[in-house]
Design a protein around this ligand. Structure first.
Ligand SMILES: [Zn+2]
Length: 443
């Protein structure tokens, strides 16, 4: 089967996302809002599955990490202590002719890339979204929409440690929305001003931080492989000292080969004891850990694996997207890992008569408590299969005339298009086993 990956791969993915209900432009009927996107019926399922996979792997299946859901609005002092008020900014220039705005460090020349016009001197532009709390809009009521979920974790360090009696090393994990007023968002859901993060702050004894840093880099790299991302599309990129954020001692990015180049998918940073010390200084509360073996107080170091949910969704979509020619026609298929697929099985009556729809409905009712399933009786069965291929649905189950005789159905495999006959009574177990044992064989 011939494969063709053309340069307009992103356009194809954006178009498929709209056509199949994964992702829509925000406020589309009003012309859209720049870089804001809405997750449609299939997109929200995919995104929830990505978050659930992460949460299960880093929180539920480990004893050393617990979860948190902190608020988006926080005390303004948090962002002074964290350094965001002073240094969370990008140098920005404006074109004096066409008035477009650019990030200074994105430019290769000192003229406008749009019109060749003269640029202003670079100015620091703070990327935090500012708003006002309460009815009065003055300096005393300024609050920020959080630019990262991490600070909600640091300020809860004592609450979580004490209430859960956590011992070093331990982590606190959080999934939630963050906001950054990026000068140049773009590339679909890759860089947006409103986005969702999945972050772990992993607290360790000082001196063990470098070893834990390496452990987490490997752990997080392997996580993407586990959910089907092709190894040759992933790489690690360590930051040079000049690229480190103000709080970090070391940082490594997991990068993916997007159609628009190698870009960061997740960063693993050694944040040292910077944040806990800053908040101790600023709040007057000692954010320390008492080691009951050595009877010493320490300020833990922190390793932070920080991933973008939307970026992960984009990686899974891009990586799963495949086109092949089948009997002279192009078949588009999303080879999503079954755990991430929005719908696990679609159930089709071959025709809308002879009791087949009723039989198919009963299968839907049997499987529904266990898997996300979808009933479809519209159009030829071939078209129904193709729609589900584009949705990334691993299995197509068809009720036909033989079903009425012996209570078996055909189960069609999304990846190979091969069909097997399975007894309805054994369907649930059959699907569960195949989902568990799934590997991507076109790698
Ligand atoms: Zn210009």
């Amino acid at each position: 089967m011939a494969k063709s990956k053309t340069p307009d791969l992103m356009e194809k993915i954006v178009s498929l996302c709209k056509r199949r209900g994964f992702i829509f432009q925000s406020s589309e009927i009003y012309g859209g809002l720049n870089s804001c996107w809405d997750y449609g019926p299939l997109g929200v399922e995919l995104k929830r599955n990505v978050k659930a996979a992460w949460w299960n792997d880093v929180v539920r299946n480990r004893e050393d990490i617990v979860g948190l859901d902190s608020s988006i609005l926080m005390h303004p002092k948090v962002w002074e202590a964290s350094g965001h008020v002073d240094s969370f900014s990008d140098p920005m220039v404006d074109c004096k002719s066409c008035k477009k705005r650019f990030r200074f460090d994105d430019l290769e020349e000192n003229v406008c890339p749009n019109c060749g016009g003269e640029l202003t001197e670079p100015r620091q532009f703070n990327m935090m979204f500012k708003t006002f709390m309460g009815p009065v809009e003055d300096d005393s009521s300024v609050v920020y929409m959080r630019p990262e979920t991490a600070q909600g974790i640091f300020v809860n360090f004592l609450n979580v440690q004490a209430s859960m009696r956590m011992k070093l090393p331990f982590g606190i994990a959080q999934i939630g929305k963050s906001f950054r007023n990026e000068i140049t968002p773009g590339n679909f859901i890759f860089r947006t001003r409103e986005f969702e993060q999945m972050e772990i702050e992993y607290f360790v004894e000082p001196g063990t931080d470098e070893q834990w840093y390496e452990t987490w880099i490997k752990e997080r790299f392997d996580w993407y492989l586990r959910y089907g991302v092709r190894a040759e599309k992933l790489r690690l990129e360590a930051h040079g000292e000049e690229d480190l954020a103000h709080y970090a001692k070391a940082c490594t990015d997991i990068e993916y080969a997007f159609p628009f180049g190698w870009k960061e998918l997740e960063g693993i940073a050694n944040r040292t004891d910077y944040d806990l010390r800053q908040h101790t200084r600023s709040s007057g509360k000692r954010l320390e850990y008492f080691n009951d073996q050595t009877h010493e107080k320490v300020v833990p170091f922190v390793i932070e694996p920080s991933g973008g949910v939307d970026r992960a969704v984009l990686v899974f979509l891009v990586d799963a997207f495949d086109e092949e020619t089948v009997r002279g026609e192009t078949r588009v298929v999303l080879r999503l890992h079954p755990k991430l697929a929005p719908i696990k099985a679609a159930i089709f009556p071959l025709v809308k008569r002879d009791g087949m729809p009723e039989k198919a409905r009963r299968i839907v009712e049997t499987l529904q408590p266990h898997f996300a399933v979808f009933y479809d009786e519209g159009g030829s069965v071939g078209r129904r299969y193709r729609r589900m291929d584009e949705a990334g649905t691993p299995f197509g189950i068809t009720v036909d005339s033989e079903t009425l005789e012996n209570d078996t159905v055909t189960v069609r495999d999304r990846d190979t298009m091969e069909q097997v006959r399975v007894k309805i009574a054994e369907l649930r177990e059959h699907l569960a086993e195949r989902m568990e044992g799934w590997t991507r064989d076109d790698k």
